[in-house]
Design a protein around this ligand. Structure first.
Ligand code: 6GU
Length: 248
């Protein structure tokens, strides 16, 4: 997979040199290139923002540097004939990023992330990307809170996507037993010692009874999901008083 990131802070992406993602890049499973948007601004101050038409607070990212940067990235010589990347624009006004979306993006050969700052990017850049460059454009949010720019969101999304690429995680089974893979949160985990600071590991986990362990873990997943994320449960999994119906 190839990932291009357009940003005014390319150094913000340096954590992608580290750990699992860094290793995947070294192993040739993933190519990541960060592009400085200011390289595509040609005035004396290399400005990328201006005041909003119609008034209002803050600044808007100008269309010209964005179009030039996107033209440059989309015309990358490495790309196969006719290949088009998927364009992802992180922003608090986007569709919520989910594990299903990460799986969907992980199937793409080429992603481009466009990191906005200030109040956002001139709307015509989205139209241009769709109509003139022929890109599928997705505006994606990490959650209902506001970050200063898309860079931190890109770090999160690239990590969620890259770990799904074949060969990035050694033990592929571990991808299946995770929160959000099957709609329930993960069960509680314990390791040695059996008793630590007067706290014992639940007996069932030491019983050697695999059916009982599986049943306990499933119950814990339901209870945890009901307590923390009731929005993830089917109505039939939650009783009227908000308690847990473990029989379902
Ligand atoms: Cl993806 N970007 C920004 N700037 N703020 C956010 C966000 C993304 N997700 C939540 N808040």
């Amino acid at each position: 997979m190839r990932i291009d990131v357009i940003t005014i802070f390319p150094e913000y992406l340096s954590p992608l040199d580290l750990s699992l993602i860094g290793k995947a890049r070294q192993d040739g499973l993933l190519t990541v290139a960060a592009h400085d948007l200011r390289e595509f601004a040609h005035d004396r101050h290399r400005s990328v923002d201006d005041t909003p038409f119609g008034g209002g607070a803050g600044m808007v990212m100008k269309p010209e540097p964005w179009a030039e940067a996107l033209d440059h990235v989309v015309a990358h010589p490495d790309r196969a004939e006719g290949q088009r990347p998927r364009l992802i624009v992180p922003g608090p006004g986007g569709r919520p990023f989910t594990q299903a979306m990460a799986r969907d993006f992980a199937r793409e050969p080429w992603l481009v992330f466009a990191c906005g700052r200030y109040e956002g990017i001139d709307e015509r850049v989205y139209e241009y990307s769709r109509a003139d460059l022929g890109l599928e454009v997705s505006v994606v949010s990490l959650g209902d809170y506001v970050l200063n720019g898309g860079e931190v969101a890109v770090l999160a999304m690239v990590e969620a996507i890259a770990r799904l690429l074949p060969g990035v995680i050694g033990n592929a089974d571990s991808l299946l037993e995770e929160s959000h893979e099957d709609g329930l949160l993960e069960y509680p985990l314990y390791t040695k010692p059996r008793v630590w600071r007067d706290r014992a590991v639940p007996d069932v986990l030491l019983s050697g009874n695999h059916a009982a362990i599986a049943a306990w873990r499933h119950e814990q997943r339901l209870a945890r999901t009901a307590a923390r994320r009731p929005d993830l449960l089917h109505p039939a999994q939650v009783t009227v008083d908000g308690g847990l119906d473990v029989d379902i």
